[in-house]
Design a protein around this ligand. Structure first.
Ligand SMILES: [Zn+2]
Ligand SMILES: [Zn+2]
Length: 424
């Protein structure tokens, strides 16, 4: 029987507290005793189920991308839309950065993610262990940027809007894409990261070079450093590496070890400032122009939500309002609060701030819905003066805000808030 003393020590990724992981029983979870971060669920040991579902998702994704998703008909003319049509439509209208974003997040990354996940799980199944640590680290890193399910919701919003003006039909590719997304999400619910990490080998630690220094918000570690080797938690696989030095590679996943994410405060502050600046044109400029029988209507983010409300599409209006208006503001204001509190060394609402960080980290990518809606509408609504959709300049600024805030969330290190409060 495994006793609590034999359980491994872990460092909470959110507050940095080193603690012994309790034995996690079935249907139970282990949370950090200081900030309530989920440290571990019961290790499911499942490899076959997520592997089978990932293979199914990849097989369904192929027809989902090569078959047409939707078709529209208006006044005797018809158009069909493939996943690639939105990318080509945006590119053709001179929105190359948006085309690249949609192509990367909805086409390239889902394929790369699924192929890598299948390779790693199949490798584990066959007993191969070499290179799987770095590969699984990259899979985890890619996850927030792989937005198949968000694209699907974007398609649904576009479908609902199109039904108001033209006849629209879901085609084979659309059904396959839905099934692929369902299989992918099921695979992710079956995938237990801890099960995978625990079977991957930890190579003997090799130190290299001199200590690169403890870098924090202010460039150097402000609480004294005795120069001894110490335990550093890997931010990728959460292994607590004892006797490690900053900039050593993690012996399990190969990530570079740092006591705290390097330059986290300055990089995050710069990204948040840029996000606030771009938030103004993102909301002031039109994101989409719809032409209907010669009548042009330019929608900003907020008027797009009002349009959905006017047409009594309440659930969609709520989704787009939350994703496009509430979430970006929550990310910008939340990160600003965290940065200011860290700078002041405040210990107020530390747990609330850490919880808010977890929320914005989880929901951040959903703001891209509006970009995907525009991609589908631009691809489908091309009937000249009768019905036409054009992307607007606000959309590029909006997509930039989403990417900047997602990156800022990843560059920030919540442990700095806890360090600063101890020092203050
Ligand atoms: Zn914690
Ligand atoms: Zn690691």
């Amino acid at each position: 029987m495994v006793t609590a003393e034999r359980q491994p020590k872990v460092a909470c990724p959110d507050c940095g507290l080193v603690q012994r992981l309790p034995v996690v029983q079935r249907r139970h979870i282990a949370e950090c005793r200081r900030c309530a971060r989920l440290l571990a669920g019961p290790a499911t040991g499942r490899i076959d189920a997520p592997l089978a579902l990932a293979v199914a998702a990849l097989l369904l994704l192929i027809p989902g991308t090569i078959e047409p998703l939707l078709s529209v008909a208006s006044h005797g003319a018809a158009r069909t839309c493939w996943l690639s049509s939105g990318i080509a439509g945006l590119w053709g209208e001179g929105f190359a950065p948006l085309a690249v974003i949609v192509g990367a997040f909805c086409l390239a990354l889902p394929y790369a993610y699924l192929a890598a996940l299948i390779a790693v799980l199949a490798g584990l199944r066959l007993g191969v262990r070499a290179y799987l640590g770095p590969a699984f680290r990259w899979i985890m890193r890619l996850r927030p940027w792989m937005m198949l399910e968000i694209f699907l919701v974007g398609c649904f919003v576009a479908y609902s809007r199109l039904r108001l003006v033209v006849g629209v039909q879901v085609l084979a590719g659309g059904w396959c894409l839905m099934a692929a997304t369902g299989a992918l999400l099921l695979a992710l619910t079956q995938l237990d990261e801890r099960t995978v990490w625990e079977v991957l080998p930890v190579r003997p630690t090799r130190h290299r070079g001199r200590d690169a220094g403890w870098r924090t918000a202010w460039g150097v570690w402000p609480y004294g450093h005795d120069g001894r080797d110490r335990a550093i938690a890997c931010t990728a696989c959460e292994l607590l590496v004892t006797g490690a030095r900053a900039s050593d590679p993690c012996p399990r996943c190969g990530a570079t070890l740092h006591d705290r994410k390097p330059y986290a405060f300055r990089v995050t502050a710069s990204l948040v400032a840029a996000g606030f600046l771009l938030y103004i044109p993102a909301n002031a400029l039109p994101v989409l122009t719809l032409v209907s029988f010669g009548h042009e209507q330019s929608n900003t983010i907020i008027t797009g939500v009002l349009e959905l409300m006017r047409n009594r599409l309440w659930p969609l209006a709520l989704i787009v309002f939350l994703a496009s208006i509430v979430v970006p503001l929550l990310k910008l204001c939340g990160l600003t609060w965290m940065l200011l509190a860290t700078f002041q060394g405040s210990s107020r609402a530390l747990i609330a701030r850490t919880r808010l960080y977890r929320i914005i980290d989880t929901i951040g990518s959903w703001s891209n819905i509006d970009v995907f809606v525009a991609a589908v509408l631009v691809a489908l609504l091309q009937f000249g003066a009768i019905a036409q959709a054009r992307a607007g300049g606000g959309l590029t600024a909006f997509a930039a805000v989403v990417i900047l805030t997602m990156t800022a969330t990843r560059t920030f290190d919540t442990r700095l808030m806890w360090d600063a409060s101890r020092g203050g």
